[in-house]
Write a protein that binds this ligand. Structure first.
Ligand SMILES: Nc1ncnc2c1ncn2[C@@H]1O[C@H](COP(=O)(O)OP(=O)(O)OP(=O)(O)O)[C@@H](O)[C@H]1O
Ligand SMILES: O=P(O)(O)OC[C@H]1O[C@H](OP(=O)(O)OP(=O)(O)O)[C@H](O)[C@@H]1O
Length: 231
């Protein structure tokens, strides 16, 4: 059986992911030229590398097209319903840290917690004639956190695919759910994170698709052990 590992094709995660595999004794070489989207692992003839975007990796692990992938936990939990049943987080890799957070305008002085926000959401329609609008690309995580964990039902999600932090100032939404790492983008946009507004602390993970053919496969176990051994 050929084992396929999906690795980020660009950006901040690509080099860190390759470095971990190299330290684990699995040096990755491009097939063809440097711009190729396929790779192989020196000394591992039955392993192939597919270079994909971080969000594609989450999707391909979910449908089992790749056996392993390196991607952010945020993209796994956002991209896949029932993520824990479909994939195993085999290792947390210690890079690509980002928190998915609920942030509101700094000038909402009375709003510091999700409970405060629930009060605002409940009164919002009476006061403003519409529901509280949340800009995000994290639909699933937002619904789980608001409706599931905090019982807040009165809101509307406004899809945002970029520059989410600008949405409140632009009048497109009232608050946001997005990732933050240093916090500087939130500060620059006069937004603050609620004290219980961290939905997920994400980092890059080695993720395995749960497939029946992995049971008892020696190479699957060997790859996981090799990566864990260098963390
Ligand atoms: N400061 C950051 N900004 C954006 N993503 C970050 C940051 N730090 C870590 N990450 C993580 O990187 C991953 C997203 O990477 P990237 O933007 O390359 O993915 P992508 O959405 O597939 O890219 P694209 O939208 O360009 O196709 C997420 O898991 C995210 O949590
Ligand atoms: O807390 P900070 O350190 O300010 O980082 C957070 C920002 O970084 C990302 O944007 P970026 O433009 O880097 O990437 P993206 O376009 O992939 O979202 C992310 O979407 C936030 O806007």
């Amino acid at each position: 059986m050929t084992i396929t590992i999906g690795l980020p094709s660009k950006g901040r995660m690509k080099d860190d992911a390759s470095a971990i595999f190299e330290r684990a004794g699995m040096k990755i070489v491009a097939v063809g030229n440097d711009r190729s989207y396929r790779g192989r692992v020196e000394g591992f003839d039955d392993v192939e590398i597919a270079y994909l975007s971080a969000s594609e990796i989450s999707r391909e692990i979910g449908n089992g097209t790749v056996d392993f992938g390196v991607t952010g936990e945020d993209l796994i939990r956002e991209g896949l319903a029932e993520a824990d049943a479909r994939v195993e987080i085999a290792a947390r890799l210690g890079f690509g840290h980002a928190d998915v957070v609920v942030a509101v305008p700094e000038i909402w002085y009375d709003v510091d917690t999700m409970a405060d926000l629930g009060d605002v959401a409940a009164e919002f329609r009476t006061r403003h004639g519409r529901r509280l609008a949340i800009a995000t690309k994290y639909w699933r995580l937002t619904q789980q956190h608001f409706s599931g964990s905090h019982g807040i039902q009165l809101y509307r999600i406004v899809e945002s695919l970029g520059a989410t932090e600008g949405a409140p100032a632009a009048g497109q939404a009232d608050i946001i759910v997005d990732i933050t790492s240093t916090g500087s983008t939130l500060r620059a946009n006069h937004l603050k994170v609620l004290s219980d507004g961290v939905i997920l602390r994400s980092e890059a993970c080695l993720v395995r698709a749960r497939k029946p053919e992995h049971e008892g496969n020696e190479m699957i176990g060997r790859i996981i052990e090799a990566v864990r051994g260098v963390l």
